[in-house]
Design a protein around this ligand. Structure first.
Ligand code: SF4
Ligand code: SF4
Length: 692
């Protein structure tokens, strides 16, 4: 009975401390902004795949398996802990043994996992203390982060030692007393042989010592976790359950801006005073500090394991720039810890600091290429780029503090409908000498072209990519595809403005485009640009634009599959071609197959880069980087990428994106490889092979 009373008191203290901690976090969550959650059915499937089957973590098979074993073991051992709590409270002995054979399975697997976890934790500790693993270092990884990790690992180690000790002495005690053994212990029965020198009366004592050690360590662990990086043990499953389900390329819409833009576009509304009783809402655009983040951003920061997988794959970080996506997430957590208590007391609390600048520098923010490599890798489904974009939105829309080159790009889009200083009247110069039907003419003549071919700003104005537009149009003409272009009615899609933080400009472009698309009753949009493809497909629907959007690689793949394109020429037979996956086609929209199908149809040798498909390195141009100087670092991202290309021995690098093409071209020039290496868009490879 005394044991039960002591146990109940310890349990009560544990639960009270935990409840206090949970309440503190709850108050911080209440400071944040809403974030909508839908589609629970799909969420549960994702949670099962990512959190329980650990699909993400297996992207690194060896360490993935090690982590997965620890996690699965933890889940099994958790059931044993429930058993101990029941025993502690009610004075029973292995209460869950009423489950019969199921209990045998639970105890047997718990016993085996205890040994596996013990060995793995020793390996993890050895790795952390003695091996220099790059992803465990970085400016954000302070001494305390390492101490914290080592403390948690040591606690887990002690938990496993005490669990095996408890099982071993339970077996010895039961044998000595002739009691029935409840459960199966395949590891501990061998360990029991090591303790045969101990007399029977001591078995019970050592069982009790290990039992109490194990349960008090669990209670201690439960209350230390919320203050350590191992809080993810609790937070990762809910974080995965509540993670975004949209394609990685999608960025949230800002409805407040939509309202503003719609008013601006409607002359009757533009200068209208608010109706009587209607209050104007003044809300900060973007994120400046923790009170601007959503509760999901905060949950992300608590779920972060500080594993560094995001930073390890970040092209900006790899090339020596200040940006580390892990740091961005950790900064949110640290800032809330600093400012949260003040905000709880007074919602207008101001300590003169902010998340931007005091924690995250603008240099970090402007180094992001929005490649989504970090988000693809994160084992707990954190989406870093969307937070980076929200921070940029604040800088651009509230402070007009974007880099000067980006401000110039914004002006160009506003004035010319393109990021460069070209006249809108020149939008069709790329097509000189080609038969290219205009949508306006087609509709006037009563035609309804099946596809709107979206040329895009780069396709219309970039000297290199104009050639790709021409080759693609030649294929369409050759196959007599029913299409038309907008010509001088086309303006920039707004993608680059959005990624550079100018949501207002993005929506102005988008709403105008949607108006034109709807005027022509456009149903299908065909484009060579993965950025515009992503925007039309994933983001225009939020503004009322719903279309079937097809990237030219998918279109060409389908024509090849249908037998409408047959390539028999030997033009590239002696060439070795490697394909660079554009981030906005690959990671953002999961399209890896179509480009490779096209390459299979062109007689040539193909070779993959070491970082390919979802692991592909960005070219360095996304997220507005194309229009600005790169942030300070050791090298430019495109150089790192072209080195991957060179390593394959390929003499042609194929791309399917105007930005990638510019970067690959620059890389080839930088490496003085213009003689030995060429880059072609997929459309060019097909068109040249067809002899068009
Ligand atoms: S999106 Fe790409 S560049 Fe930006 S933080 Fe993530 S990995 Fe780095
Ligand atoms: S954000 Fe994700 S990938 Fe990055 S350190 Fe945290 S858990 Fe690891």
């Amino acid at each position: 009975m005394i044991k039960q009373i002591i146990f109940a008191i310890i349990l009560l203290i544990t639960l009270s401390v935990f409840a206090y901690t949970a309440f503190r976090y709850y108050r911080f969550f209440r400071l944040t902004k809403p974030f909508p959650i839908h589609n629970w059915g799909k969420r549960i499937v994702v949670m099962f795949q990512v959190a329980f089957v650990q699909t993400r973590i297996f992207r690194k098979p060896v360490t993935g398996m090690m982590h997965a074993l620890v996690w699965w073991g933890f889940l099994i051992i958790l059931i044993g802990s429930v058993d101990m709590v029941i025993d502690g409270l009610f004075g029973t002995e292995r209460a869950l043994s009423c489950l019969g054979p199921v209990y045998s399975i639970i105890t047997a697997s718990g016993d085996i996992f205890a040994l596996i976890i013990l060995v793995l934790i020793i390996a993890f500790l050895f790795r952390r203390i003695f091996m220099h693993i790059k992803r465990f270092s970085g400016i954000e990884m302070k001494h305390i982060s390492h101490q914290d990790a080592n403390l948690a690992l040591t606690l887990i180690l002690l938990l496993m030692v005490s669990l095996l000790g408890m099982n071993t002495f339970y077996l010895l005690d039961a044998h000595a007393g002739g009691h029935e053994i409840k459960g199966v212990f395949p590891v501990s029965r061998y360990l029991a042989d090591l303790f045969t020198g101990i007399t029977g009366s001591q078995y019970h004592f050592w069982h009790e010592v290990n039992w109490w050690a194990h349960i008090t360590l669990i209670f201690l662990f439960v209350n230390i976790l919320p203050y350590s990086k191992h809080f993810h043990v609790f937070m990762s499953v809910p974080n995965v359950l509540l993670s975004r389900l949209e394609p990685l390329g999608y960025l949230w819409n800002m409805p407040l801006i939509t309202e503003e833009v719609k008013k601006m576009m409607d002359p009757d509304q533009a200068f209208a005073e608010p109706a009587e009783g209607e209050e104007e809402v003044f809300e900060r655009f973007g994120v400046k500090d923790v009170e601007d983040i959503t509760w999901k951003n905060y949950l992300d920061s608590l779920a972060c394991t500080e594993c560094g997988r995001c930073t390890e794959v970040c092209p900006a970080n790899q090339t020596g720039k200040l940006l580390s996506p892990r740091k961005i997430v950790m900064d949110v957590r640290a800032r809330m810890k600093e400012k949260g208590p003040g905000l709880v007391r007074d919602k207008d609390f101001d300590d003169g600091k902010s998340l931007i600048r005091s924690y995250i520098s603008t240099e970090e923010l402007w180094a992001c290429t929005t490649c989504n490599a970090c988000a693809r890798e994160c084992p707990v489904s954190i989406n870093h780029p969307s937070l980076i974009m929200d921070l940029r939105r604040y800088l651009v829309m509230e402070e007009s503090a974007g880099p000067a080159e980006l401000n110039a790009m914004f002006s160009n889009i506003e004035n010319n409908g393109a990021p460069w200083q070209f006249s809108p009247e020149d939008r069709m110069l790329w097509a000189e000498g080609l038969q290219v039907p205009l949508m306006a003419d087609a509709v006037t003549q009563g035609d309804k072209p099946e596809y709107l071919v979206w040329i895009g700003s780069a396709g219309a104005f970039d000297d290199r990519y104009k050639k790709v537009s021409r080759e693609f149009i030649k294929i369409l003409n050759h196959l007599k595809v029913s299409y038309a272009v907008l010509g001088t009615e086309e303006i920039d899609s707004g993608d680059v403005a959005r990624r550079a933080g100018n949501e207002m400009l993005f929506q102005m472009q988008s709403l105008q485009n949607i108006e034109i698309f709807n005027m022509y009753e456009v149903k299908k949009i065909l484009t060579c640009c993965p950025h515009d493809y992503n925007t039309f497909k994933n983001e225009y629907p939020d503004l009322g634009g719903h279309y079937e959007v097809i990237h030219h690689s998918e279109f060409l793949r389908d024509l090849i599959d249908e037998g409408k394109i047959r390539i028999n020429s030997d033009t590239f037979r002696n060439d070795t071609i490697t394909f660079h996956d554009p981030c906005y086609l690959g990671r953002a929209n999961n399209e890896y197959h179509a480009p490779r199908s096209i390459l299979q149809a062109v007689p040539c040798h193909t070779v993959e880069m070491k970082r390919t498909k979802s692991f592909a390195l960005c070219c360095g141009a996304g997220g507005g980087q194309m229009f600005k100087e790169a942030e300070k670092g050791d090298k430019e991202v495109f150089i790192e990428r072209i080195e991957d290309v060179i390593e394959t021995g390929a003499n042609i690098v194929a791309t399917a994106c105007p930005f990638c093409m510019v970067m690959m071209t620059d890389g080839i020039k930088y490496k003085n490889k213009e003689e030995e290496m060429k880059n072609y868009d997929l459309a060019e490879l097909v068109s040249i092979s067809l002899g068009l």
